[in-house]
Design a protein around this ligand. Sequence first.
Ligand code: GUN
Ligand code: ZN
Length: 498
Amino acid sequence: MRDHFEIRDHDAAGRIGRLEVPRAGVTVETPALLPVVNPNVLTIEPRRLAEEFGAEMLITNSYIIRSTDRIRGRVLDQGLHEFLGFDGAIMTDSGSFQLAEYGDIDVTTEEIIEFQRQIGSDVATPVDVPTPPDVDRDRAERELETTRTALADAEAADTGDMLLNAPVQGSTFPDLREEAGRHASATDLDVFPVGAMVPLLNSYRYAEVVEAVRAAKRGLDPDAPVHLFGAGHPMMLALAVAAGCDLFDSAAYALMARDGRYLTVSGTEHLEEMEYFPCSCPVCAEHTPAELRQMDGGGTADRSAEELLAEHNLHVTFEELRRVKAAIRSGDLLQLVDRRARGHPAMLDGLRTLLDHADEIERTDPVSKDAFFYTSHESARRPEVRRHHDRLSRLAVPDRLLLTESDAPSDHEYDAVWRVKPPFGPFPRALSETYPLTAEVPERLDGAAQVAAAEGVASLADANPDSDLTLGHDDWAARALDAVPDRVETENLRHLGR
Ligand code: GUN
Ligand code: ZN
């Protein structure tokens, strides 16, 4: 891996970074969304993508350009930037997607990389094999071997200052993804797309998307820029960024518009069924759904309903991306993911899968940020809770210790009295004002927060087998009390009238 990526800020496994793209002479802020531009159908002029939507980078397909007689010569003459009218960074794909769709393409990695160089691409792609989900292991391994050869051919190519993608495949086998990530990372290629995600994304299999991303990331260098190939629905951006993705590409904005579909941060709606637009982008502010429906086939306005719908779709997508970046800056990305997870059950599966990897995410999660908000029982599984439990096992504990959710009793026989705050569990009062113990939690806590607090008590008890521990709890659920070790004496504060 060469050094073109700098990470500026972290939250969970998400980051704000800067990808230097030397051939374009620009540096792109990540997370970045690359609108997919079909070289034959410019739904929205690339110049407008930059000026009105803020796109710093886009992606187009060199294989389509190479196979289309009508444009190939012109793109070779003018160069891609002039042809498209875009002076930001341009990534090009190789035809792998067509390979996956049609089973065969008539170009090698060596040829298509040379073609990408000739048309002036800034980030080129070899012919990797996008192995679909759920195939048998033999096929996944065999195709991974072909992808490895493609990466080696890309490494051997004479590419000057053009960056190169090193796609990470492996179908739905996490160990193969991880191995592929490790192999890709060891090449001197530059950007690391997690591939063949489109079938999973199209069927909202977000739990498996997160598994694939996490597996690839375990193999990749932590500083590697990671692209989630084919992902650009605004609903899942926060989740994918929190899992560690830096680049996205959206064909969804244009493809969905073609079918009359309207994207939102909680899913996809049909223009046909809409009475109101919930959005305030220029398109939604100036039109009603009924007006857009009436435009169909009219062709009198300067833009068709499909183009306007595509513009709305892109506006909400970039808006969400800015919201994700702001969340990283203020340290509440996981709260944003939690909100998005309420929009669709498949997103909730994605969040729960991400939290299965809280130990990995904890490693890049800042130790201090804005207040932790407990907004759902998934909050009990956040990396901050786990980190607190790890820290508990390192704190010095006196012989006789009271852990209590209420204030310290005025007279008592303990050596010390610590606070207990679900979902974290016990801590010395001196830590009360430190992150994450300053958390805002609801008055009416759920069992998951109590169970997590009980696990904190267990962690403390395990690390201090010789201390006498007493727990004063506010009417905890039976399953939380079950998680408290037997040797810890418990008192229900409700029954004591405190
Ligand atoms: N576009 C969407 N998925 C893929 C992939 O796996 N590989 C390539 N090269 N392009 C893609
Ligand atoms: Zn809108």
